[in-house]
Structures are given as C-alpha cells and as structure tokens.
Design a protein around this ligand. Structure first.
Ligand code: SF4
Ligand code: SF4
Ligand code: SF4
Length: 316
C-alpha cells in the first residue's frame, strides 16, 4: 500500500527535503531563459519549486495552467549550477512532470509538438533527436514530454515543417529578430551582436543590462546555437552591426548537436559574406562553453577591439 500523502504526487514527495532546502536566495533566477523572457517570479526556477511545494502540500490545486508552468523549461541546468543550496532542480521537476502526466494533465510547455496533418512520417526527427525523445506511437510521430528538452534540433530536421515549440520564450528566430530590431531602434546602437546559446554561456541578467547600457555589445539568447537562423545573422549586419559573434558550447560538449549545426551554418555564412563584400572576420563562432559569463564577455570585447583595430566593419 502506498504511503504517500497525496497519491498524485508520490514521486515528488520523495523530494520534500530538497524542496525545503531551497532558501529562496534567488541566485538561480537571473540564469533562467524563461524568466529572462517573461520577468515573472512564477517563471523563475525557484518559482517552479514554490509551485511544486504548494501542489505537494495541497496549498494549490493543480490545473493545466500550473502543470504547463512546470513543463516550461529548456533543461539547461543553469539554475542548478547557480544554486547556493545544491538543490537538484532538474530531478525534482522531472518527477513533478511525471506525476502530473500520470494525474491526467496534458501540458505542452516547451515540449516539441507535431502537426499530424503535415507530418509525412519520415522519422528524420526521431533519428536526429539527440535525446531519443521522438518516436512513432503506432499512429503518429510524437515527442516524449519528459525526455524532450525543447532544444529545437528536430525543427531543423523536419523538411515538412511539421514541428513547433509553442512556447519558445523569445528564443526562436522571430522572437530574436524582434529584439534585434528593437535594439537598433535605440539612439545608442550596438556595435557587436552576440548570439548566446542559453545551454552554455549566456551572460547573466546583470551583465547583460550593464553591457547594453554601455551601448556597445548586445547579447541575445537563442535556446540552442543550432537554432540560430542564417537570416537572423544577416539581419544583424543589415541593421548596422559591425560584428556578430555566435557563442556556443565547447567542442564535444554540446548535448544537442547544436554547436556543430551552428559551426556549419557559420562557415557557409562567412563564404556568403565574402561574396557580398563583407569581411568574413566580422562573423565569428566562439566556442566559449561553460567557462561562464566573464569568458563570454571577454571574448566579445576582444572581438570588438580587434574589429576596431583592423578597421574592419568600422566604416559604418
Ligand atoms: S533548467 Fe534552465 S530553463 Fe529550466 S528552470 Fe533551470 S534555468 Fe530555467
Ligand atoms: S521529421 Fe517531420 S515529417 Fe518527418 S516524421 Fe518528424 S515530424 Fe514527421
Ligand atoms: S530534438 Fe530537441 S526539441 Fe526535438 S524532440 Fe528532441 S529534445 Fe525535443
């Protein structure tokens, strides 16, 4: 016989001590791309823990909206790395998700979704998903809502354009392009645009705000560097950027095969830039990896200093 207090949350209950270990210091929040997009406390990693704790103790009744919040996560682990109390956020949230699915909820969160009308069942997505999170269920090609980390790799693999991530929190091309355009409408236009992979090296909120005030470097987060579209990079140059840096995981460290896709795309783009009369050195792929915000910022400043010293791109 089960000894759980609430039959619906037996897995989550195992983490009760860990849920209590969160001291709400907030060290995690500035690292979370979900919170960076919405600014809502309930979207911070600690906010998710508060919701999980409240559901476990019957303070709030779970519903589809709350369940969806728990499924909104790019699994980047940045919150865990920043946590002052060693809270195992990813393990806790994985078990909370499994409990919510068993309880009959069907949230989409950041899980990739298939348009079954468009899908031609080629299974390219299943073959390329590095997390083995896509499969044919006998009727449709579907994503495993626990295994899918929302990296977007399958979107690239699907020529039928049958896959989408409904809640991308501004990390998909259209969201990034909107932020890019807004930044260049400001009186102090950025000189260097840095597209940062949120899985490895996006600088924290405070650094980002500081650099934007300085007006020289604009940091924009893409969920996975592999999702950064060539058109978005070209748009940065068209808007007046003197240089573009794509900051990715270090070689061999990317869990989503995104760094390699980004590297191939960058090589192709550099060749195109040369033909367009734009010095290819104005576009760099920097494998900063998990070295942290300071390393990303140092690489960005070095690139901008190098461009200024060589006069490359400084004509604008
Ligand atoms: S794993 Fe990443 S996206 Fe998920 S809650 Fe933590 S910081 Fe946010
Ligand atoms: S790659 Fe696209 S079309 Fe092919 S099985 Fe996956 S969802 Fe369907
Ligand atoms: S490739 Fe990424 S987004 Fe697509 S199913 Fe796999 S983990 Fe999810």
């Amino acid at each position: 016989m089960s000894t759980c207090h609430d039959e619906r949350f037996c897995r989550l209950e195992r983490w009760e001590k860990q849920l209590d270990a969160c001291i709400r210091c907030g060290y995690c929040y500035e690292h979370c791309p979900i919170y960076m997009s919405t600014g809502w406390e309930s979207d911070t990693p600690r906010g998710k823990l508060v919701l999980a704790h409240a559901m476990l103790h019957g303070l709030v009744e779970p519903d589809e909206h709350l369940a969806d919040k728990i499924f909104q996560c790019f699994h980047c682990r940045r919150c865990e790395k920043a946590c002052s109390s060693g809270v195992k956020l990813l393990d806790i949230l994985r078990d909370a998700r499994a409990d919510l699915l068993d309880a009959g909820f069907s949230p989409t969160g950041t899980v990739s979704q298939t348009d079954h009308e468009r899908c031609v069942r080629c299974l390219n997505c299943a073959r390329t998903c590095p997390h083995l999170a896509r499969s044919f269920d006998g009727l449709h090609v579907v994503a495993d809502p626990i295994g899918c980390v929302g990296c977007g790799g399958c979107l690239d693999a699907c020529s039928a354009e049958a896959i989408r991530i409904e809640k991308d929190f501004g990390t998909a091309p259209d969201g990034i392009e909107a932020r890019l355009a807004r930044a260049f409408e400001e009186p102090s236009k950025p000189e260097l645009v840095v597209f940062c992979c949120s899985y490895s090296n996006r600088p924290g909120l405070l650094h980002t705000v500081g650099q934007r005030e300085a007006g020289r470097i604009l940091y924009l987060t893409t969920a996975c560097a592999g999702r950064l579209a060539a058109g978005t990079v070209l748009m940065a140059f068209e808007l007046g950027a003197k240089g573009v840096m794509i900051a990715t995981c270090a070689e061999g460290e990317c869990d989503h095969a995104g760094s390699e896709r980004a590297a191939r795309r960058t090589e192709g783009l550099r060749a195109v830039l040369q033909k367009l009369g734009i010095a290819p050195g104005r576009l760099l792929l920097e494998r900063v990896g998990f070295a942290g915000a300071a390393a990303t910022e140092r690489a960005a400043r070095d690139m901008l200093d190098g461009l200024q010293a060589s006069g490359s791109g400084m004509e604008g």
